[in-house]
Design a protein around this ligand. Structure first.
Ligand code: ADP
Ligand code: ZN
Ligand code: ZN
Length: 733
């Protein structure tokens, strides 16, 4: 009875919808500092599940006899080290996210499911005692087996080496005779004598050199490397990374798109003789886990990955690079709504290491930070090679006759380029910009029954598809409303334009580059090789194209519909549009030939189009920033939205109205409330969506109020009918 209690109280993140940690006890004499970051198996709501220990505490809110023991400690040592655990906890609090989702989400799925660490050693073979005692003559009728034994007498061999030497049947025969046994071999450590560089670095031009020298190692700084596409940003990354690797540190490089990883990885592998791993969602579970462990053990010196790699375990991290830092895919759009660039800045700051952000079209936030001196602004104003800036041409759509969305001036420009054996890139704004089904007799058009949106026609699949809830219906032959069979499609989709162009230019290959055609692993590489091998070709694509892919033979870029970008309602619409236009323009004329950009619009005099043609992104950005300042929008205000959705509009609205009421006393010139308002698409997948905007001059005023909203929403009865989330620094409303 009077034995000392050796149980320790641990706070555990579990997969629960409740936004909090749960207390358990761990028996035994584990040093308290070795517990956080280890996985446990716990009984949660009568079911066993995997959790992560976040903290060891003296006291629990629960009586000690109510605390349950963990069922098992799954790891002998922490999987998440002190630095990563602290970063994750910071992010969880900052984004008001669910601790279980954040902490468990940082583990590869394999480990999240409770599996053991993957064995990163390599399978091999060695002689058994029996095998060692063989006389030279004993296997003389089996030459392959004899050769294998002779080789193994000098020491163990990897399975693949032995396979090559003796073949599978000899291995099997030797094993059956118990002459050899399996052994696991440590991966060969990287040879210290090997030079770091596998190929010589390029000689930098003076702008590149200045940028490189501006970044000091081993202390925090954030630098914004602003250089047009092809200005040599990647070369600056490579040489900065070389310095960091030479100092014995690891490097993290974040990129926006999976389809870009292969291209980037290739470039890094040809430069460096070090272990490089890529982390992205298309890797199989066990392999992903193995790579994650290689990052955690320090074996991998460069980690290349998309958004979630910002939480990769990197015990010797010395530099973070974020390429295409303006890209919106760095922000997670559901659940734990973090922004990888912003988390990278916090991580670099905590570790006192440099962060380098690169872009041809920096985010307004980053430009603002550079203007105010928080970031160092480094410019690469010229393209590295001899390439010239592109020429712009506006095609006025007013009253123009169109073929599948293409005006005749545009058609001529395309023809000219193709005839000269060059490649043309036709940019269609988005997948949703697709044809609708319309009844010529009564005007009915096909709507999604679950969303505020039109169904789009996919001719190839002969289907109507909702791009918001993925509803699929066979293409109707008769009007739902009047029964007429005179149904027509309106609007130009990627497919229609593609089909028309293919008919118009039958002699050149037409290649489509969008999420659908590049989703499978390796699909993009295949497509890229095809494009590279072709002469004249038409590339048709969506946003995917604007993310930094290199197509050196493209000399003409066509922007089919500039208007949808000019008239979008979102406060970031113009920023996005300008970035997109300049990124697409950057795709043309990267090789020896100068590029042209043809832009179709009903508003060719729009001031934004003029500014874009001027090509001075800083001028455009600063113009847009002053509009943001006038409108009290980010980055001049810190913004958060509480999102609610429910089966009935009044429920979602009522929840946000309650929250607003309780926030009302805090309202001031420094802190504004707006809403509840319907979200830009009010109804999606049969759910009504509302938002409450909270904006503040100081973050310190915003965050306590968000915490207050979260606590209150958890208790309100109407919240039981709603799903709600808090979105800090939202990219869209
Ligand atoms: P970005 O990343 O800005 O698009 P890259 O680093 O990919 O630019 O450079 C574009 C092209 O210019 C590449 O082919 C690269 O090899 C070449 N390049 C970059 N820097 C130099 C340099 N200092 N000297 C010669 N060629 C360079
Ligand atoms: Zn009809
Ligand atoms: Zn729908």
């Amino acid at each position: 009875m009077n034995q000392p209690d050796t149980r320790q109280i641990v706070r555990v993140a579990v997969p629960s919808p409740l936004p909090r940690l749960f207390d358990y006890t761990v028996a035994g004499e584990q040093p308290a500092t070795t517990l956080p970051g280890r996985r446990v198996c716990v009984n949660f709501g009568r079911r066993p599940c995997v959790g992560v220990i976040v903290d060891v505490v003296e006291q629990s809110e629960l009586d000690s006899d109510k605390l349950k023991n963990v069922e098992a400690l799954l790891d002998a040592a922490p999987l998440l080290d002190v630095e990563l655990l602290a970063l994750l906890q910071w992010a969880q609090r900052y984004y008001h996210a669910n601790p279980g989702e954040v902490l468990l989400g940082a583990l590869p799925p394999h480990l999240r499911d409770g599996a053991e660490l993957v064995d990163s050693s390599i399978a091999g073979w060695q002689l058994t005692t029996l095998g060692n005692g063989l006389t030279a003559a004993s296997l003389k009728r089996a030459a392959k087996q004899q050769a294998a034994v002779a080789a193994l007498s000098a020491g163990p061999l990897t399975h693949s080496a032995l396979l090559e030497l003796a073949g599978a049947s000899a291995i099997k025969a030797l094993r059956d005779k118990q002459l050899i046994g399996a052994v696991s071999l440590a991966p060969t450590p990287t040879d210290d004598d090997q030079p770091l560089l596998a190929e010589p670095a390029l000689t930098l031009n003076s702008d590149q050199q200045r940028a490189l020298d501006a970044v000091a190692l081993n202390r925090y700084s954030c630098s914004l490397l602003h250089g047009v596409t092809g200005s040599g940003k990647t070369e600056v990354y490579l040489q900065l990374i070389e310095r960091v690797l030479a100092g014995g540190q690891q490097v993290l490089l974040l990129i926006p798109e999976i389809s870009l990883t292969a291209q980037t990885e290739q470039r890094f592998r040809s430069r460096f003789n070090v272990d490089i791993v890529t982390l992205n969602s298309s890797v199989a579970a066990v392999e992903k886990c193995r790579r994650w462990q290689r990052a955690a053990s320090g074996a991998a010196r460069i980690v290349l990955g998309t958004r979630s790699a910002v939480f990769a375990p990197l015990p010797e991290l010395g530099l973070i690079v974020v390429d295409e830092e303006h890209d919106s895919s760095f922000k997670q759009h559901e659940g734990f709504r973090y922004h990888a660039r912003d988390v990278a800045a916090v991580r670099a700051h905590r570790l006192a290491i440099p962060l380098l952000l690169g872009s041809a079209t920096p985010a307004l936030e980053s430009l603002h930070n550079a203007n105010s001196g928080r970031y160092r602004y480094l410019a690469l104003p010229e393209r590295a090679g001899a390439a010239l800036p592109p020429q712009w041409q506006w095609v006025d759509l007013r009253g123009a006759a169109l073929n599948a969305g293409i005006a005749s001036d545009t058609e001529q420009a395309i023809e000219q380029a193709l005839r000269a054996g060059q490649q043309v890139l036709v940019f269609l704004n988005r997948r949703g910009f697709a044809p609708a089904l319309l009844c010529h007799s009564c005007g009915w058009n096909a709507q999604c029954p679950h969303c505020d949106s039109r169904l789009t026609v996919h001719l190839r699949q002969r289907a109507l598809v909702c791009h918001h809830c993925d509803l699929r219906r066979p293409l109707a032959r008769r009007c739902d409303s009047c029964g007429s069979d005179s149904l027509t499609t309106v609007g130009e989709g990627t497919q229609q334009t593609e089909e028309w162009l293919a008919q118009r230019f039958p002699e050149v290959p037409v290649m489509r580059i969008d999420r659908d055609s590049t989703r499978r692993q390796g699909a993009f590489e295949k497509l890229y090789a095809q494009v590279d091998a072709s002469d004249a070709a038409l590339l048709i694509g969506t946003q995917m194209l604007a993310k930094g892919h290199h197509f050196p033979k493209v000399t003409l870029a066509v922007i089919v519909d500039a208007d949808s970008g000019l008239f979008a309602a979102d406060f970031r619409a113009h920023e996005r549009f300008a970035q997109l236009m300049l990124q697409v323009a950057g795709r043309s004329g990267r090789g020896a030939l100068a590029g042209r950009v043809v832009v179709q619009s009903h508003q060719p005099d729009h001031p934004l189009l003029e500014a874009i043609a001027g090509g001075d992104y800083c001028a455009i950005g600063n113009g847009l920033l002053s509009q943001r300042q006038l409108g009290d929008m980010p980055p001049y205000r810190h913004l958060a939205v509480v999102r609610a959705e429910a089966a009935r509009a009044d429920q979602a609205e009522a929840l946000l109205a309650e929250l607003r009421r309780s926030c009302e006393p805090y309202r001031s010139a420094q802190l504004e409330l707006l809403g509840p308002l319907p979200a830009s698409q009010e109804k999606r997948a049969d759910r009504y969506r509302y938002i409450l905007q909270i904006s503040a001059v100081e973050r310190s005023a915003l965050h306590p109020l968000l915490a207050h909203c979260a606590a209150l929403a958890a208790q309100l009865p109407v919240a039981r009918h709603c799903r709600w989330t808090i979105d800090v620094d939202p990219l869209e409303l």
